[in-house]
Design a binder for this molecule. Sequence first.
Ligand code: HEM
Length: 307
Amino acid sequence: QDVTAEQMVNAFENTFGVTPGERRNHIKGTCATGEFVGLPTAAAYSRSALFSGETVPVVARFSLPGGNPKVADTAKIPRGMALEFKLGDGSLQHMTMINTPLFGAAQPKTLLDQLIAMQPDPATGKPDPEKIKAFRASHPDSLAQADFLAKHNPPTSFATSSYFGIHTFKFIDQKDQTTLVRWRFVPQDGEQRLSDAELTSLPANFLEQRLMERTQQGPVRWDMIVTLGVPGDPETDPTVAWPENREQLKVGTLTITTAMPQKGAACEKINFDPLVMSSGIAPTDDPILLFRSPAYAASFAKRLSGH
Ligand code: HEM
């Protein structure tokens, strides 16, 4: 089970190739900017300056996973939304999310094995479907996310998708009391998915243009919703859902006002490491969450040095 960040980044490179200076995963993306306003109801659970009620500037990046810069915007793979909040107390808060409620690996080894199974066969230049089948059969923790992706077409726009933090995090209040939470961002434009016909008729690139056009029409908003866990809820497994009946709380509103190609824009050189957190929000011992930080650092170091 002992996977290193270097092994993981090598596996991304072996599967997708290397585009020098670019992200090894979520390479295709669009920058955006906006703001967040937290609600005082959240301050009862977290002392983070995110929930002060002040307007917090946000740098965002919307993306598609994998290391192929030409991946089609119709691909039945997740969509990402990464947020960097610049808080009034000078600290930063990151949230780096995708649009599936669960992740496809309970341990880093599962993702590593998936990347290896996806490596193109030298004979055909394509992944071997038998290897993917064998991977699925031997890694049951990959099935829930794969099932969600098979049953839900991708969104019509980055603006019409929910995005999920997936991991369980801790909200910590002024008195150091901890509440387990899972968060998600729900689009005020409504959740809208591509039809099967659109999946075959749309061009490879439309998500960036649609987001730029949408922001030119006016601000795009998401409600930040937190699900409150109770003791005993799964804390360290991002492949397992919580019971449906947990209390949910609206804790703020994200507003995206501008979008632009990533080259040279503010989001390009950010490492959206999900462990960058403000006082009042903390990680659990989820092995996937904890592994992300060194993996992102390895990818970031390479791309910053032009490799
Ligand atoms: C073991 C599990 C994971 C590994 C090894 C991994 C690896 C990576 C790497 C190497 C990058 C590129 C970093 C950079 O160069 O800046 C990345 C980006 C990203 N990952 Fe992960 N990831 C994992 C799990 C997740 C999970 C669970 C989520 C969502 C909850 C997620 C969402 C994203 C998003 C949205 C980006 C793009 C961030 C941006 O726009 O810069 N990843 N990931």
